[in-house]
Ligand binder design. Structure first.
Ligand SMILES: [Zn+2]
Length: 449
């Protein structure tokens, strides 16, 4: 077995980076070059496909090939057999500044990989759309590079990207750079494969390292803790089948007023600068304020991420089976009034985190089709139809509010009992999860374990 196949376990660590002025200049050169190469690849994509067809129809004649002699043997250079496409077209001969010695050669290679995976994404998930050009004013700029490893490489040695100690990292072209680790590094023969450098518009730098290992990163937890169904809804973030409720934190709403005030001030400064025909780059107060707005946005994002991470880890660690509803089936975003609450809640992120964490900890996570989960009674299986149905605002015919569920089936053990609507729904979700695991899954069901 090759060394590549053995490395089946992946893990990512992200940390803040503190470059010096000199290092910041080099990082910017690489960020800009990566964006330029990506955009060029995209701009060339249509002519590239024409060249590819031409290569097939009319290959380059043999007497135009270039040769290289290795150990006395004359071999044709593969590149000279075909007309150049992709990265081979974007050379330093054509764009001399790409020959800068501060540019990381593996950055070019990784940019091409990203470009190719963007097209693959388009082919697999058509909705994702064709790759788009990367703007210079995006709030997050990034580039990736790979580590060159020798035999017996570790996190600390024999690799071009390595830790020098617990607060310094070695990066190609950058050298020794200060970083801040937020948690201890894994101790399982892990090696660094790629590093992605990110710059955020609030001026902060981050680096994400992709670690690979032949041993698992997380100890799989023992099974046999209770299964759980969760209902995602608007009043609370989620309600589980044991009756526990987790409040919706609504971080964006809390910061909205502050944000609006800052953005208003920013707009005034922007208009004044335009009126006086000054370049925005030279307006120091404008730039200061812009950075303030950016860091407030980042603050809200950090709060939300931290909340979903803590919650998803806790759920996965404490339950061996978690069942949730597939939000795409719910189509809730169609309702405009709810759209902000939904995008603020970040449920999609939460479900994605649940999915990979379940795999990591050896647990099962099931996403089911949410059809009838609100209308069905979990005790007898009766489904409310017609005027009996409960909507987002409750049921007018029976004068119930939107918090209660009452079953009117006379044979039901809970006949005329007041139940919590969301707890009832989450119990239905758990039931659906069980039947999915037994093989009665509808096509919208997704099981990860
Ligand atoms: Zn019932």
């Amino acid at each position: 077995m090759s060394r590549k196949n053995k490395m089946e376990f992946c893990f990512a660590v992200r940390m803040r980076m503190f470059p010096s002025h000199r290092q910041e200049k080099i990082l910017w050169k690489n960020l800009n070059a990566s964006r330029f190469v990506y955009n060029q690849l995209l701009a060339n994509s249509y002519t590239d496909s024409a060249i590819n067809k031409l290569n097939k129809l009319y290959p380059i004649p043999k007497n135009y090939w270039k040769y290289r002699t290795v150990k006395g043997k004359k071999t044709a250079i593969a590149k000279s057999k075909k007309r150049a496409v992709g990265l081979d077209r974007i050379t330093a001969d054509r764009y001399p500044w790409l020959g800068d010695k501060d540019l990381d050669s593996l950055m070019f290679y990784n940019t091409e990989l990203h470009y190719q995976s963007a097209w693959q994404m388009f082919r697999k998930v058509h909705r994702s759309g064709i790759p788009k050009f990367k703007r210079k004013d995006r709030s997050v700029q990034s580039y990736s590079t790979s580590a060159i490893r020798q035999k017996g490489a570790t996190l600390y040695a024999k690799s071009s990207i390595k830790f020098l100690d617990n607060c310094h990292l070695q990066l190609p072209k950058i050298g020794r750079i200060k970083v801040k680790l937020t948690r201890p590094l894994p101790k399982n023969n892990a090696v660094i494969t790629t590093a992605t450098v990110k710059h955020f518009s609030d001026g902060t730098w981050f680096v994400s390292l992709l670690l690979k290992s032949d041993q698992p990163f997380v100890k799989e937890l023992l099974l046999a803790t209770d299964p759980i169904g969760i209902d995602l809804n608007l009043t609370e973030f989620l309600v589980d089948s044991n009756g526990n409720k987790v409040d919706n934190p609504r971080y964006y709403r809390k910061s909205r007023k502050h944000l609006a005030r800052l953005q208003h001030k920013l707009a005034i400064k922007y208009r004044r600068a335009k009126k006086e025909k000054r370049n925005l780059r030279d307006c120091k107060n404008y730039q200061k304020l812009r950075q303030k707005v950016a860091s407030l946005h980042k603050h809200v994002l950090n709060q939300r991420n931290s909340f979903t991470h803590v919650l998803s880890t806790a759920l996965v660690k404490n339950h061996d089976l978690v069942v949730a509803e597939n939000l795409q089936g719910k189509n809730m975003i169609k309702n405009h009034a709810l759209a902000m609450s939904i995008s603020d809640a970040g449920w999609r992120t939460f479900l994605t985190q649940m999915e990979y964490k379940a795999k990591m900890y050896g647990k099962t996570f099931v996403e089911i089709d949410p059809k009838y989960t609100t209308q069905r009674c979990h005790a007898c299986g009766h489904i409310k139809k017609g005027k009996d149905r409960i909507s987002l605002s409750g049921n007018k015919a029976h004068q119930t509010d939107h918090f209660t569920y009452i079953c009117y089936n006379k044979e039901c053990p809970l006949y005329m009992h007041k139940q919590d609507r969301d707890v009832n729904a989450s119990k239905n979700i758990l039931d659906k999860g069980y039947s999915a695991l037994l093989g009665f899954a509808s096509p919208k069901t997704k099981i990860s374990r």
